[in-house]
Design a binder for this molecule. Sequence first.
Ligand code: 26Q
Length: 768
Amino acid sequence: MTKAQMIIKDAERILKTEHGTTLKEASGSALCAAVARATLLAVGDDWAKSREKLEKGRRAAYISAEFLTGRAICNNLNSLGLLEEVQKLLSARGADVNKLEDEEDSALGNGGLGRLAACFLDSAAALDLPLGGYGLKYRYGLFKQTVVGNEQVEVPDDWTALSDNWTIRRDEDSVIVELSDGNIRAVPYDMPVIGYGTRNVGTLRLWQTESLKEFDFALFNDYRYEEACANKNKAEDIVKVLYPNDWNIEGKRLRLKQEYVLSSASLQDLLRCYEKMHKSYRALPDYAAVQLNDTHPVLAIPELIRLLTKKGVSFNTACTYAGKMFAFTNHTVMPEALEKWDMALVKSVNEEIAAILKRLNRRSLRETGLSLIKDGMIHMADLAVYMSFAVNGVAKIHSELVKTSLFPAWYRLYPERFHNKTNGVTQRRWLSLCNKELCGVLASHTDKDFVKDLSVLGQIKPTKQLAKELAGVKQIKKKQLSKYLKHFFSADIPESFVFDIQVKRLHEYKRQLMNALSIYDLYLDVKAGKLKDLPPVAFLFGGKAAPGYARAKAVIRYINELSCLINADPDVKDKMRVMFVPNYNCSLAEKLIPAADFSEQISPAGTEASGTGNMKFMINGAVTIGTWDGANIEIAQAAGEENEFIFGARLEEIEKIKDSYDTKAIYESDEHVRRAVDSLTDAGFADEDGALSELKTSLLEGASWHSADHYYVLKDFASYREARLKAYETYAKNKAAFDMMCLKNTLSSGLFSSDRTIKQYAEEIWKI
Ligand code: 26Q
């Protein structure tokens, strides 16, 4: 029996015994549960062997508050090389393989940072590298987004409601986390990370919090039911929900508790493994490297010191060990997004940690003259840089900014600590899984397995013939997307249109507003009978706004209003469509990205640390309309600048104009800018609460926290318009040249595999 046949047989048995149904009759969720469990059975032995092997040698741990893994079934079968065979066998038995799409996305992350963590685990597993992931098993992942009356409405993401198919509870590895208001138990749930083209299976260990005392019977007998449950609820509440802000961090105690539980449980787990094999702690720094995914798990540093000193290691020795074990990645330049916590709050979570932080602060002052605690607040990034042996940014430009504008004082003290590790994405999910058609064409032009090693794409010759074949694939993906959008959203996005797509979290700095305003400006021209050569373009948006982020929500409203206006206007209907696709997530990304002609990456220079969506689009042969920012720069350099449409002010220019930026002058002098900005108040868009009008004010006047147009929408507006028009014109007038641009993007995308990134972490930081 083949492995695939075995999975089918097991799935059949599971359906019969646990769901009382058959492959043919099973509901989507039952089918998903059965195939998932059967796949787990199929990898069980390899998983156990991989774990044994991991525990022997030096390893790295990737601690992250977020892992945005997405759907698992098809990805895991694909990594096993069994996807097609399993799909065939399922169909042959009358099962509807489309039901596998009923699997819930696992959305234990907000966006880039969480998805990057998932890509890294995938790459490490494929490369046989001993890397384990540690995260939190949130009961509710990132909210689901619906759009009601043009507004975002959040719905809870009860991702395990129907089933929790991919995690295995490991009670025996539970640990106790000490909290000032009562200790709790952290129970690990392990999720397999199946390596492609190897038998290695990595592990993502997710902690769930539980009460030590299930239930207080004394209170219960005393009729005090609520109090009897209080402990249980308080413990379980810690991981109840993923915080949906990736920005403007509020100092909430529950969030700090989450961070501490993640840090403490993961470190205890590492130490326990170490202690199984060692009598003293002397070899601890040789045993493991710990990568801190931004500052969220940075309490792991004082926690390691706390745990070691409890075991009799001196404070200084514990500090030395910590200094050799931790490495820190920064993912953002925005000062608002840098975590700092009130020391009183830290103390209310764990007193000993607060005391250790004070001691570390004194040590830092003595050693470096720099303080970690300012105005009673502990600055997590400063702590991380001080105590880590390596600090990295996530794209070349960003890593420079980390040195020169984020941590200049630390850089002067410890220049050798600072690295760059340009992000990457896994081609297993972002090419092999989501674009079989493209893989088919590429495979007919190389014998090498680009799913194992994406860099081999660079050896394929960019011929006109191949460019044409890729354009054929793109048309297929556009057709599929168009059908999908019609079926699920009753949207009419003709496949014959150019697809121009911006999908990412909603943020002012990502400038979805600039895109939308520019569409409005084009709309007026098209309606006036100008821009005769413009091909029909569909502008697609997707992205979630943090629930408390009023401006981001106002941008969603504006896009939806624009969409109503344009899609219904008989004068332009044949030329333009606008759609806001609700609930952008991993699964939607897998459908949208392969269908894009143009990828919008339009943050002002120096604001997007790297971006990773930009890489996914590139692999799938979209041309970037983008600024000289983040990894866009490296993408353009790899593909050739002539194969992207780059526009906008560069970093140096922004630095220069910063202090004398005059938005009113641009507004007054540029007709295109003026009519677009005015549409926020004058286009007849519903705006009862004045949120659109506030957007206009933010551009022209500013607010208490930011001066006018903090992200240079007006400044870049004209060059953006020009870049877009040139892009669409190239598409319309010289499709063969455009197709060649797409091809060049795909063939030069090898650099942006997370396999490359993870190898660099492994060799240059972790030494594994
Ligand atoms: C912190 C404290 C409290 C609540 C939430 C947070 C929080 C959560 C998530 C802060 C930030 C984030 C996420 C940041 C993020 O996704 N950054 C992106 O990281 C990508 C991977 O490196 C980059 O490509 C993007 O450029 C960067 O924006």
